[in-house]
Design a protein around this ligand. Structure first.
Ligand code: ATP
Length: 251
């Protein structure tokens, strides 16, 4: 097992998993997972299919309760706290819990979402910002969301989170199935969200994209963390841990 201390250990973690075990019924997916996400940091969570990445994300957002260990938010124990209450602390999990209304237009979807999040007065400004982030949504503003392509629907769901960034955005394979040009757009936007001070937990098949943005990297293997440290120190370990990272394809 290879570990090292992530950057800025002096910063109190925004979210921390301590020796977390979790699973589904009798099936255990995570074995003693410890992970801390400092405020404003980007942590990339990598690993092969079935390694437990989505389960970690679900524990972080309260969708799966640990059977052992602790979940801490700014040092407070939130183990077993329901997902909607963790969301209120400023943790957003995308794409889970973010859907669009098929029978409303793009603009109606955005206006509705921002009225809920920000109030009637600020909503139009937020819609304009969504179109700046995703010009394609602006071009399709009058189109019913149900008739958008899969990638465009993902952008619409994402716009809500990205325009009004949470304190921690858990981004679980946001780019899955998106065209490369859209992936670039999503990553540019994630960079802006990070620049505005949000922390990110990135689960991503496009390893190169994730590593380009990440401060720290955690590599999961069979439900256990077998590397956690600064992305810059991954070095030649990346070839052993992530053979696909070096050729630009999927992990
Ligand atoms: P992938 O990259 O393929 O999405 P992952 O690393 O995100 O995989 P998880 O989805 O966390 O992995 O799954 C970890 C393990 O838990 C897998 O063995 C999976 O089959 C199992 N699992 C995931 N969700 C459930 C569920 N709802 N019920 C039962 N088992 C599940």
């Amino acid at each position: 097992m290879t570990t090292s201390t992530p950057r800025s250990p002096e910063a109190a973690p925004l979210l921390e998993l301590r020796d977390v075990e979790a699973g589904y019924g009798p099936f255990r997916a995570l074995f003693g997972v410890s992970l801390s996400i400092p405020p404003g940091h980007v942590v990339a969570l990598l690993g092969s299919n079935g390694a437990g990445k989505t389960t970690v994300a679900r524990v972080c957002s309260g969708l799966v309760a640990p059977t052992a260990g602790k979940l801490l938010f700014e040092g407070n124990d939130v183990t077993g706290v329901r997902a909607y209450r963790i969301a209120r602390l400023g943790v957003a999990h995308a794409p889970e819990g973010r859907s669009v209304f098929a029978s409303l237009t793009v603009e109606e979807n955005l206006l509705l979402a921002f009225r809920v999040d920000l109030g009637r007065k600020l909503a139009p400004e937020a819609v304009a910002r969504a179109y700046e982030l995703f010009p394609r949504l602006g071009e399709r503003r009058k189109q019913h969301a149900g008739t958008l392509s899969g990638g465009e629907q993902r952008m619409l769901a994402l716009a809500r989170v990205l325009v009004n960034p949470p304190r921690l955005l858990i981004a679980d394979e946001l780019s899955l199935g998106l065209a490369p040009i859209v992936v670039e757009e999503v990553y540019r936007t994630l960079g802006k969200v990070r620049d505005e001070g949000a922390a990110l937990l990135l689960i991503e098949q496009h390893v190169k994209h994730a590593l380009a943005l990440a401060d720290d990297v955690a590599v999961l293997n069979h439900g256990q963390v077998n590397y956690y440290g600064p992305a810059s120190e991954l070095g030649d370990l990346s070839e052993r841990l992530l053979p696909a990272a070096s050729n630009g394809s999927h992990a």
